[in-house]
Design a protein around this ligand. Sequence first.
Ligand SMILES: O=C(O)COc1ccc(-c2c[nH]c(CNC(=O)Nc3ncc(Sc4ccccn4)s3)n2)cc1
Length: 324
Amino acid sequence: LSNRILELTGIRYPVFQGGMAWVADAQLAAAVSNAGGLGIIAAANMPPELLDRELHRVRELTDRPFGLNIMLLSPTADDVIEIAAVHRVPVITTGAGKPGKVIERLKPLGAKIIPVVASVAHARRVEQQGADAVIAEGLESGGHIGEISTFALVPQVVDAVSIPVIAAGGIADGRGVAAAFALGAEGVQMGTRFVCVRECSAHQRYKEMILKAGDRSTVVTGRSTGHPVRCIKNKFSTKFEEMERNGASVEEIEAFGSGRLRAAVVDGDVEWGSVMAGQCAGMIDDIPSAAEVIRRIFAQAADVAENMGVVGSFFRSLCLEEGM
Ligand SMILES: O=C(O)COc1ccc(-c2c[nH]c(CNC(=O)Nc3ncc(Sc4ccccn4)s3)n2)cc1
């Protein structure tokens, strides 16, 4: 059995690993790709020579398909596009902006372009521009988010476009995978779940913040700057919220916020760094291998979907009772 996401990308399980800035390096991407998912390297603000090295490394570590995420807010985005062209990266995802120029430059080279969208309007526009699929990412997600929940966004995007939709935001186990497919998605993307895997090089204290998190452990800061970002509550986020309440300028806030994600991921400063994570952090209690995560979520998704057969009969019986 197959589906459009497997056909489009050549992967074995319809699961992408989120292209998380500072976290998604060649080692993590290769582990996910070798396990049958789509590993994705985050270009973020990486200097060109570093990105070039990561793209060489991933090809040494896996011969499976892999992706590159281009964060469109980054001033390096144009250089990243050129590096992606030289390396013939097979799958490109984009975030936090308008992917028109990415589609124009890389689609003719045979790359599959799959933008993250946060609304129906974004999804319609990128389909028109030639996107091969979209990742509909809900506000449950970690990092830079839109304003619509996954549960509400995915079915509306599915109804609005005819290219395949991948669901993202709040998915960390097989129930989320089965639910995403019930909403019409043909794949899922997970970020926070793939931070807590052995092959992820994020600092151990960052991973521990996710293991300790509960359902109410994240907050959204930065709405006042137009870049809402979800992260785990800590001294940094509390100070950030206080600055926004006191009407600090966008410049002051951006100066305060810059470099904080790196401080958390690379240096393990989980008090004053930005510990970006999704609302599913409360569901993550272990640090298995990437392969174990993928095996487990599709085994559970299979159980859930098969048990839904019973629920289907229940729904059917309700309709029959009323003679509907
Ligand atoms: O302007 C338009 O029409 C398109 O506007 C868009 C608006 C939002 C999005 C969007 C939402 N979520 C995503 C994909 N997810 C992400 O991009 N998540 C990110 N996490 C950390 C990032 S680095 C950063 C970025 C800004 C401020 C601070 N740090 S990027 N893209 C995509 C397009």
